[in-house]
Ligand binder design. Sequence first.
Ligand SMILES: [Zn+2]
Length: 95
Amino acid sequence: MLSIAIRILSAILLIWLFRRLLGMFLGSARANRPKDQTGASSNHMVKDPVCGMYMDARLAVRLKTNGEDFYFCSEDCKNKYLSQSAGSAGNSASG
Ligand SMILES: [Zn+2]
């Protein structure tokens, strides 16, 4: 009688392990993508570091610095960011 119980337990354990592995596999596949948008085409949303607004990367004002890309809602925010980073980086011109 005991062997039957052990068999059932091992079967449950196997199923549990299999489901865990399957979940990990599916989870990693899903993690590659950002949040699923309702639209068919995946539009890349970016955040403006100055005012915190989210917008489409294609519509945003783009700024390339030391290998990093920054996106802004307008030239105004871009200029604000540039003046801020210039001030914190070191000596800036008089003004
Ligand atoms: Zn902005």
